[in-house]
Design a protein around this ligand. Structure first.
Ligand SMILES: NC(=O)c1ccc[n+]([C@@H]2O[C@H](COP(=O)([O-])OP(=O)(O)OC[C@H]3O[C@@H](n4cnc5c(N)ncnc54)[C@H](OP(=O)(O)O)[C@@H]3O)[C@@H](O)[C@H]2O)c1
Length: 289
């Protein structure tokens, strides 16, 4: 197939095709299970996670723990080059004057020269596609982040972002657990060649209250948490970032993506009536939530 070339007349569809085609696979490789760090207030879980094999750490400016995550990395002794470090710009740092200084502060707090993945946390507050996204492209050109991510976007917002960005969208981070599943967002990622990073995959610690998940766990003699992870990990192209602070949770979550659920079990969880979103859209309107 001859390579697609930009002719100045691109439809949005062609733009997706060109960006995806220039890759061997996806813009960046992300391990199937990463560590969510929201609420982590000391470096030990980060160090332990790296010791037991995690290589993808997810933080955010708003979690106020980037320097703690940085300490955890430094203490682990794991080579920086082996770790994917992701953080997010909150809604109060998305205008074109705020993006670069805030991203530089994040890198400094994390103790790294370059971020691997920098997300727009939510397309709210100061977010303006025409201002924010070119500012993110400049961060890639200046080597401040290797990749751009988006989080909590609708398909329309993703399409608009894609029209404007010069660099590829590497990942879209969305809430994903048995009580919150939007297959159309996963399908969009599959079609356009970027990764979905599923957040709160344990329903923020409530997955053991979901009866069908509990029943499937019992039949496999495992935990509801393992089943929720295996269900999310069975979707392509999804990776997940459960938060855990205990060594046994960290180990169990890493191992859980290898649990195999059959098609019927996956379908049971797919068809759960969706009743709960832990991080609804309006959160981005408030300055510090
Ligand atoms: N982009 C966004 O807008 C957004 C929003 C929310 C979250 N996130 C990201 O997603 C990450 C995860 O989401 P989350 O923190 O809401 O919740 P989560 O990962 O769904 O659940 C975390 C809770 O589950 C517990 N847990 C972990 N492993 C367990 C296991 N094997 N068995 C039993 N309990 C277990 C944890 O306890 P222990 O800590 O005691 O181990 C913690 O209380 C966040 O840390 C953050 O990085 C992103």
């Amino acid at each position: 197939m001859s390579p697609l070339r930009y002719n100045g007349q691109l439809t949005n569809r062609n733009r997706w095709a060109i960006k995806a085609q220039s890759l061997t696979h996806y813009p960046m490789e992300l391990p199937h299970v990463g560590l969510g760090t929201m609420g982590i207030k000391n470096p030990d879980p980060v160090t332990t996670a790296l010791e037991v094999g995690y290589r993808h750490l997810d933080t955010a400016r708003i979690y106020d723990n980037e320097s703690i995550v940085g300490d955890g990395i430094a203490r682990s002794g794991v080579d920086r080059q082996e770790i994917v470090i992701a953080t997010k710009l909150w809604t109060d740092s998305l205008n074109q004057e705020h993006v670069e200084p805030t991203a530089r502060e994040s890198a400094t707090s994390l103790g790294v020269d370059q971020l691997d993945l920098l997300y727009v946390h939510r397309p709210r507050g100061e977010y303006s596609p025409e201002e924010t996204l070119p500012a993110l492209d400049r961060l890639v050109e200046r080597g401040i982040t290797a990749h751009i991510g988006l989080s909590n976007f609708t398909i329309e917002e993703l399409e608009r972002a894609h029209e404007i960005l010069v660099h590829s969208i590497a990942a879209h981070q969305i809430e994903l657990h048995p009580l919150m599943y939007k297959p159309e967002l996963i399908e969009h990622a599959r079609k356009h060649g970027y990764t979905v990073v599923g957040y709160s995959p344990l329903a923020s610690g409530h997955v053991s209250e979901i009866d069908p998940v509990v029943r499937i766990a019992e039949s496999h003699q495992t935990t509801p948490e393992a089943v929720a992870i295996a269900w999310a990990a069975s979707k392509q192209p999804v990776v997940i970032i459960p938060k855990a602070s205990h060594r046994e949770h960290l180990r169990a979550n890493l191992a859980a993506s290898r649990l195999e659920l059959d098609a019927q079990e996956l379908a049971v969880i797919d068809s759960i009536e969706r009743t709960h979103e832990f991080y609804p859209e309006w959160l981005g309107s408030s300055p510090r939530t």
